[in-house]
Design a protein around this ligand. Structure first.
Ligand code: ZN
Length: 437
């Protein structure tokens, strides 16, 4: 039987559990969106034939990156309000901007722009969290990306949900509509413990449980959140959610910056998954998440960019570099957060943080064919000694070709699934209507 796609002559970094290290000249066979076989060129079966063969000479072939937290449509607000603390940024700039300028059309085009930026920098899977999420899911589906699409829930009038009394039923409808799509998995996204009351947090969890989907929430992001929740409930945000019964193995906690020992114990015992967003935490001066303490407790941690209004880009290569260096300097220990650990968080661990590790995150026979070709014929990537260069010197712009679900989504730096020029033009048009402050 013919393969659909054959990649040959590339340096191969599979991140497979069985074969560690790099295959200097390798191949990947792909059929029906699935990886059939990988190995060194010498082991390529002579009888092997394929509809399309890509020569990856000079490129590193590796698993596509997994962005575990994003608010894709916020590309519209990139650079709109910089250099502000979280609560001021959110309450005086972002929430008002969202109330005035977020429409179904805006979410569609700005999510598509985010997809372009992510694809072009090597991200093949994203966990999105926003409103009008059906428009985001449509844009992500058309882009060719794999996504977990979390529909927002918040206790005040939100884009697309004028009356908060309707927020659970709106999300339920969204899950029912998108549940059967193979590449897009719907999810519940409760904004945070300070924007959702206890009843909403519980009802949203009941919905997620009944539908068998993940429950995403921003948690313990800033010191002011800790102060607010303690004042209101006499508990830390983690204790508060734990008391409400919403922390379990299907809950994905984003940020987890401000944690004490009790919080760490709760997160570990409840088997939640965690997403860290170091660039966003740095830019909003929220703090530094205790990653080492969480890793010591075997908590699964993925890496995310957060929305690009607080980052301000969606390049996971950049994020990996930030993550490794931030934790080293904060601990004054260069051995903290080694490159291999961070690379894992952006690939197979990130996939585990999204509950997708049986499908993506490694190049292995039987897994979905989500992989990228990184052009190593570049001065800043010469010479090549080992994969740590992916964390400390590689940039998203070095990605040349992207394959998702066995489909070519970008070839030789050109997106082939949708019209990038049109997408940028539409977002520029939307941006001309935005005023803030
Ligand atoms: Zn976020």
């Amino acid at each position: 039987m013919r393969d659909d796609l054959l990649i040959v002559n590339g340096m191969l970094l599979t991140l497979s559990q069985e074969a560690t290290g790099i295959i200097p000249e390798g191949f990947v066979r792909i059929r029906d969106g699935i990886i059939v076989e990988t190995g060194s060129m010498g082991a390529l079966p002579r009888s092997c034939s394929s509809q399309l063969t890509i020569d990856a000479a000079g490129c590193l072939v590796m698993p596509g990156l997994v962005n575990c937290h994003n608010h894709c449509a916020m590309t519209l607000f990139r650079g709109l309000a910089d250099d502000l603390p979280l609560m001021t940024w959110l309450e005086q700039y972002i929430f008002p901007a969202e109330a005035n300028f977020v429409t179904e059309e805006m979410v569609y085009w700005c999510t598509k722009l985010a997809a372009a930026e992510m694809i072009m920098s090597g991200t093949t899977t994203v966990a999105d969290a926003y409103f009008y999420e059906f428009a985001a899911a449509k844009a992500l589906r058309e882009s060719g990306m794999r996504a977990v699409a979390g529909h927002g829930i918040i206790d005040f009038p939100a884009p697309g949900v004028a009356d908060p009394a309707d927020n659970i039923s709106t999300v339920e409808q969204f899950i029912d509509e998108w549940g059967a799509d193979g590449r897009i998995s719907p999810a519940v996204f409760c904004h945070s413990p300070y924007t959702c009351g206890p009843e909403t947090l519980k009802k949203a969890k009941d919905l997620a449980r009944s539908k068998g989907v993940d429950y995403f929430i921003h948690l313990a992001e800033s010191r002011s959140e800790i102060d607010r929740i303690r004042q209101q409930y006499g508990l830390s945000p983690v204790e508060h959610l734990h008391a409400l019964g919403v922390l379990d193995s299907s809950t994905v906690c984003v940020h987890c910056v401000w944690l004490d020992e009790r919080d760490l114990d709760i997160l570990q015992k409840s088997s939640v998954r965690v997403v860290t967003c170091p660039a966003s935490n740095m830019k909003l001066a929220s703090g530094i998440a205790p990653l080492s303490a969480m890793l010591e407790r075997n908590i699964v941690i993925g890496l995310g960019t957060d929305g690009c209004a607080s980052n301000n880009n969606l390049d996971l290569f950049w994020e990996m570099d930030h993550c490794a260096k931030l934790h080293k300097v904060s601990r004054l220990d260069s051995a903290v957060m080694p490159a291999a650990k961070v690379l894992g968080m952006a690939t197979f661990k990130g996939a585990a943080a999204l509950g997708l590790d049986q499908f993506v995150g490694r190049i292995e026979a039987g897994k979905k064919a989500d992989l990228i070709l990184v052009d190593f014929n570049k001065p800043h990537l010469t010479p090549f000694y080992n994969q740590d260069i992916l964390v400390y010197a590689t940039m998203g712009s070095d990605v040349r070709t992207v394959i998702i679900d066995g489909q070519l989504v970008m070839r030789d730096k050109e997106i082939i699934t949708f019209d990038l020029a049109q997408t940028m033009a539409e977002v520029r048009k939307l941006a001309r209507t935005v005023e803030v402050g």
